[in-house]
Design a protein around this ligand. Sequence first.
Ligand code: ATP
Length: 410
Amino acid sequence: MSLNKKSVDDFNAKGRRVLVRCDFNVPLKDGVITDETRINAALPTINKLIADGAKVILCSHLGKVKEGPNEKESLAPVAKRLSEKLGKEVVFVADYNVTGEAATAAVAAMNEGDVVLLQNTRFRGKEETKPQEAGEKFAEELAALADDYVCDAFGSAHRAHASVAVVTKYISAKGGVNAVGYLMQKEIDFLGNAVENPVRPFVAILGGAKVADKLNVINNLLEKCDTLIIGGGMAFTFLKAQGNEIGKSLVDDEKLDYCKEMIAKAESLGKKLLLPVDTTIAASFPDPIDGPIEVSVVDANAIPADMEGLDIGPKTAELYADAVKNAKTVVWNGPMGVFENPTLAKGTIAVAKALAETDATTIIGGGDSAAAVNQLGFADKMSHISTGGGASLEFLEGKELPGVYAADDK
Ligand code: ATP
């Protein structure tokens, strides 16, 4: 799928002040970045703009900032690490106001090819656009620092936030360009091609906790794929909808009719819908989540009333791995079981391994499945691991992302 939006290749950035919205929302432990994936993913666009002779002004959110601006959620560690990776100074504007005097002065002092990183955008409010006036004002202030704008924050592209979407209005008003970066292009190429133009057979695998979280994804993917595989906690609502006893397993009782509808839809479209044939059960959910747990395996239609299904069983793992073997395109979102526990990670590992071994184009939809693939050391075997869990899910639902549609058309 080619994106009909202006990219960093479509305008001359030399000498221009270019505001780049990145996704530097990295995990931090005691001030140390524990996973640099998102920083690495932002480098191609930043390097391109430096090489073009732009004045590169970076911004991003970090964390949830539930209790207002604080040093623990400052972007300072990102500035330091980014500077090491770029091999040049990244001037960090530590001011909690993000925009304002300090930012304006730092930008005024820039030469071509210089890089400035602004403070955590969430320091200006939880959702940035709430209240609306605050979001508008912040977006206007951000735009005032720059001539052009580049959105490369795929992980935030599903949010119509000030720094993701609203800012484009003010850049346009003064004749500037709004473009997308290389990461956005790459994410949309992979996810878009998989969904809209897949090499078939196209197998979609969905797992995770609740059916309710993925209603639209199930519905949309069922129309696009050849085989839809369901695992994880959400599988039990499907099993119950088929009339099985599911014991104490996770269930969305309100979604039983929906599951029946999806089963019927698969049948009428001639699509394969694979559900677990066996499951790994325990007396209760592990506490702590990674603590020791006694398990056994039963057929999916024979779960005792006092037991809970916490992973797909070995027969199911084999069935799912087989389906992946013959695929040419695979999209995976959500773990097959409580993968945080080593005893209950077998199903997720089996699926990850099947994806690692196939020649198909394999796309991991971010979030927990990306974490699982990374933890298991299969990351370099996948064609693409999305940097945005929520954004990739909304994309798979068929929704347009605000961070994409706010960019100028080509
Ligand atoms: P994210 O929201 O981060 O993108 P995701 O979409 O990959 O994650 P979620 O829907 O959040 O997945 O669900 C992941 C959670 O589901 C994991 O914490 C896992 O332990 C849990 N889970 C998986 N299978 C089961 C099960 N059978 N019973 C209960 N919980 C389960």
